[in-house]
Design a protein around this ligand. Structure first.
Ligand code: G3P
Ligand code: MG
Length: 246
């Protein structure tokens, strides 16, 4: 990542062009030379860290029910590719460890943004498990943590005070500003709508809006040299960034 360029962070891998949060999506993000990859983690019934966006498997797989009520073996039986396109039939639900393996094998040197999906189900102990999973490896890339749940960030910060944190929000930014003031976070990950509404009053923090998919939104963020954008279309974003920032 060249200094001062806006980071292109691939949302759920490359959600716009691959089945979200699968190895195929992460591989595409790597191949597109994204600066970063964003992903979401949950806990299974047997306390494995599972990569998926929703609490339930219904939308993205051929199964039904909550991740937290399934074992890893049960989750591994699901097809996480077919609903996106029959061409991706056979894609499996990955674990955080499997994503880390891929990034190491592919010599990824960008930023991995792990979003703790604890805003609907608190997944007691997930912060300790994520910490353990990251700390047991000597990762050759940077990990940043984000969450809509401020409590999860607080717990992560206690366990890893030297890591980088960002508060996610759609519109409610006051809590994020308080967290910044207490040095719990270095950045904010707001909706791009909020960023556009506050364009003249943007706070002085690292800002990585989501989900920056429209070309006009990409241009807006690149022209303002935001810290990063989180996008479903990393390949397209890399091309547009090159036109604007070189
Ligand atoms: O981290 C940015 C973005 O992923 C937050 O929203 O719902 O896509 O996880 P969501
Ligand atoms: Mg997310």
């Amino acid at each position: 990542m060249t200094e001062n360029l806006t980071e292109v962070i691939a949302h759920r891998g490359s959600k716009g062009t691959r089945p979200e949060n699968t190895i195929a999506a992460f591989q595409e993000a790597i191949d597109a030379r994204s600066d970063g990859i964003e992903t979401d983690v949950h806990l299974s019934a047997d306390r494995q860290l599972i990569i998926m966006h929703d609490e339930k498997v219904n939308r993205t797989t051929n199964g039904t029910g909550l991740i937290v009520q399934k074992t890893l073996a049960e989750l591994k039986e699901l097809d996480a590719g077919y609903k996106f396109s029959p061409a991706y039939k056979g894609e499996r639900v990955p674990t955080l460890d499997e994503l880390l393996d891929l990034l190491i094998t592919e010599k990824f040197h960008g930023v991995l943004n792990i979003e703790l999906k604890t805003n609907k189900i608190s997944y007691v102990g997930i912060e300790e498990l994520v910490t353990e999973t990251i700390q047991k490896r000597d990762l050759p890339f940077k990990v940043i943590y984000s969450s809509f749940n401020g409590e999860s960030i607080r717990k992560m910060h206690e366990l890893n005070p030297d890591s980088e944190y960002a508060k996610l929000f759609k519109t409610a930014y006051k809590n994020a500003m308080l967290m910044k003031k207490s040095k719990l976070i270095q950045g904010i990950h707001p909706s791009v709508k909020w960023v556009k509404r506050h364009k003249y009053l943007l706070p002085n923090v690292l800002i990585r809006p989501w989900t920056v998919n429209a070309e006009s939104d990409m241009v807006f963020c690149f022209n303002r040299r935001m810290t990063g954008i989180i996008t479903d279309y990393p390949r397209k974003a890399m091309t547009i960034r090159k036109e604007i920032q070189g």
